[in-house]
Design a protein around this ligand. Structure first.
Ligand code: ZN
Length: 77
């Protein structure tokens, strides 16, 4: 498995992609994907970069406002 990037030796992260119907390994530094054979499939698109940022923001929000969220949920009903 391509756990490390050949270009920069950073850790690659596996991501399943529906479009490609396979797991691709992302290097966050080089911003490209390789397949299981460590062959470069393509670069990470701007859209995907934005998506990663968005998810990270949401994740941070979840951590920071977990207590607040629980209070809000109680208030819904
Ligand atoms: Zn890399």
């Amino acid at each position: 498995m391509p756990l490390f990037c050949k270009q920069c030796n950073s850790r690659r992260l596996p991501e399943h992609h529906e479009a490609e119907k396979q797991t691709m390994w992302l290097c966050k530094k080089c911003e490209n994907f390789v397949d299981m054979e460590d062959t470069i499939i393509r670069e990470q698109t701007d859209e995907e970069r934005q998506e990663v940022k968005r998810k990270l923001k949401e994740f941070e929000k979840t951590i920071n406002f977990q207590d607040e969220k629980m209070i809000r949920r109680k208030g819904v009903n």
